[in-house]
Design a protein around this ligand. Structure first.
Ligand code: FAD
Ligand code: FES
Length: 280
């Protein structure tokens, strides 16, 4: 997003009201909120973009949009209760309103992904922004090549979007592989960290883009596996989380070297990230 585009967009500075239409608890700490802008306009987001959510009297936090693009005013946010705003949001009921600035950031390069095989690698809550990409791909399935989805969680109790994962697993055109870090009485699937899913993968490296979102510790190991599979650095695409305040490239809270994660990112490819590797 250019600075001119940022300056001219009112929705980046003035929160729009959104009503909570439905609340679906996912895990002990993660809740899916289905929201609707009260002005009835679409949010107009691209997969991978985020919004600044405000809870009246508490503050604002950046949260990824977890649903695919929509022509209606509806969109989903999946929120982990960790601090002031996210805990306050978990205390709200259906019908309550929050403020929304955005959509913000660059999002995933959807036009570039067309025709390519996609290796989607989600660690824990990293599935939240990637769900928006997967929904977008499935809505125009013929435009993309193979869709491989790797989902790693510490424990099956932390599994998000269970109904959706079941649907994806039943599709012949989605190759879903899940793993839990440790053995668990309720889990008879693969056990091990997410990189242990890589040896079995059959990838055409020249036509594959990897989309990777997860905890920072996961990135260097997953990147190494992608590189070993022959995927080019600029085809390994990651989304970064940074502390944010303004979301519009003004305050510097999210700055890494000469990049503002809120406007230059949060999505970067590995070729770009190499120069700021130590900051990830
Ligand atoms: C682009 C982007 C997308 C995101 N998407 C999502 C999403 O989809 N879902 C989601 O749940 N989260 C998401 N996050 C993370 C979320 O924005 C943070 O967890 C945010 O801090 C929550 O705000 P809060 O007010 O609830 O927490 P805070 O009150 O800010 O506290 C959050 C945690 O940080 C600690 N903390 C607070 N202040 C500081 C400080 N100054 N220095 C160090 N640590 C501090 C707190 O102790 C607590 O553990 C995203 C972040 C980014 C940047
Ligand atoms: S959050 Fe203020 S510059 Fe990025």
């Amino acid at each position: 997003m250019s600075s001119v585009a940022v300056e001219s967009r009112q929705d980046l500075y003035v929160p729009q009201a959104a009503r909570i239409a439905r609340i679906s608890p996912q895990t002990e700490n993660d809740t899916l909120f289905a929201l609707e802008l009260t002005n009835d306009r679409p949010l107009g987001h691209e997969p991978g973009q985020f919004v600044m959510v405000s809870v009246m009297g508490t503050g604002e936090a950046p949260i990824s949009v977890s649903s695919g693009p929509s022509e209606g005013p509806d969109f989903d946010l999946c929120v982990r209760a960790v601090g002031n705003v996210t805990k306050a949001m978990h205390g709200l009921e259906a019908g309550a309103q929050v403020g929304i600035r955005g959509p913000m950031g660059n999002g995933f390069p959807m036009a570039h992904l067309k025709g390519r095989d996609l290796l989607v690698v989600a660690g824990g809550i990293g599935l939240v922004p990637l769900r928006s990409v997967i929904e977008a791909v499935l809505s125009e399935r013929d435009d993309y090549g193979k869709l491989m989805l790797l989902y790693g969680m510490r424990s099956p109790e932390e599994m998000l979007f269970q109904d959706m994962l079941t649907e994806w697993d039943e599709r012949a055109d989605v190759d879903l592989r899940m793993t839990a870090d440790r053995e668990h009485p309720d889990w008879d699937g693969h056990v091990g960290v997410i990189t242990t899913l890589f040896p079995e993968l059959e990838i055409s490296p020249g036509n594959t883009t990897a989309l990777v979102v997860g905890p920072p510790v996961m990135y260097q190991f997953v990147i190494m596996e992608c590189v070993n599979k022959g995927i080019a650095d600029h085809e390994i695409i990651l989304s970064l989380e940074r502390r944010m305040k303004c979301g519009v490239g003004k305050c510097g809270h999210c700055q890494i070297n000469n990049k503002y994660v809120c406007v230059d990112g949060p999505v970067f490819n590995y070729a770009e990230l190499k120069f700021m590797w130590e900051a990830i």
